[in-house]
Design a protein around this ligand. Structure first.
Ligand SMILES: [Zn+2]
Length: 261
């Protein structure tokens, strides 16, 4: 059972409603819980007003709010407030490595800077696993065992926050995937460039199964890919610079409360 009992508030700002703020034992509990969840760069934090600690609380808040950027929260854990409850939750987000990993039906291409995109939440890893499994099942049922895996590329930076080359990808909820290619290129994830969806190498039927699995298993709040046919079929939406890859952002799961009071 996940437990986080506090005497007051922690992080940015000052005391409220007679509750103490940034008591050392409360700061240590929040820090240790963040470390336990994989936000382990706060390990050496001592004071509740340290900049990296507050930045990490904002990252955690932004993830729980389903944002693609990391600067949305107030950097503060209020006593029995939303952030406190998420920290104590059974399914609190965990910060994980994904770089180079291979699962059923998906594979990290590991051809980018790990510290710029090799990390994500366990929420994303979990639903990606579900989607990969479903995609693999589609392939087997349709006698297409040689369809390529979903080519997973950049997710989020090593400590969340600004990701070079991306407007979002800051909170462990976003993932880019390159397009599957037809034989004899099924082992490649070549960047097909502008109007990549119209390239003769594009494996359209594999992509349809992938997008069906993504939509039904990942609970996405957005799937960007500019292919007109798949947009018509409501499998994705148009967004600039998404001719040659999918961009997916998942929704946070419903919170499973832990013990917070
Ligand atoms: Zn993206």
């Amino acid at each position: 059972m996940a437990t986080l009992l506090l005497g007051g508030s922690v992080g940015a700002g000052v005391r409220h409603a007679g509750r103490p703020h940034n008591q050392p034992e409360d700061v240590a509990k929040v820090r240790d819980r963040l470390v336990e969840l994989g936000f382990d760069w706060v390990r050496t934090i001592v004071r509740g007003d340290e900049r990296e600690f507050i930045r990490t609380i904002k990252l955690f808040q932004s993830t729980c709010a389903g944002s693609g950027t990391a600067d949305g929260g107030d950097g503060r854990v209020d006593f029995c407030g939303n952030t406190h409850r998420w920290l104590a939750a059974e399914n609190a987000p965990q910060w994980k490595e994904i770089f180079g990993f291979i699962g059923t039906g998906w594979q990290s291409t590991a051809d980018f800077r790990k510290d710029n995109g090799g990390y994500c939440t366990n929420w994303l890893l979990s639903v990606l696993g579900d989607a990969g499994f479903q995609y693999q099942a589609f392939c087997i049922l349709n006698r297409a065992p040689d369809y390529p895996p979903m080519w997973v590329r950049e997710c989020s930076p090593v400590r969340g926050g600004d990701a070079a080359g991306h407007a979002s990808h800051e909170t462990g909820l976003d993932v880019d995937m390159r397009l599957p290619l037809l034989p004899p290129n099924t082992h490649l994830w070549t960047d097909l460039g502008s109007r990549g969806y119209a390239d003769p190498r594009f494996h359209r039927s594999a992509a349809r199964y992938q997008l069906l699995a993504i939509n039904s298993s990942m609970n996405p709040q957005l799937v960007y890919f500019n292919d007109p046919e798949f947009i018509r079929d409501r499998l994705c939406r148009n967004y600039r610079n998404h001719d040659q890859h999918y961009h997916i952002r998942i929704r946070p799961p419903a919170r499973v409360e832990g013990t917070y009071r």
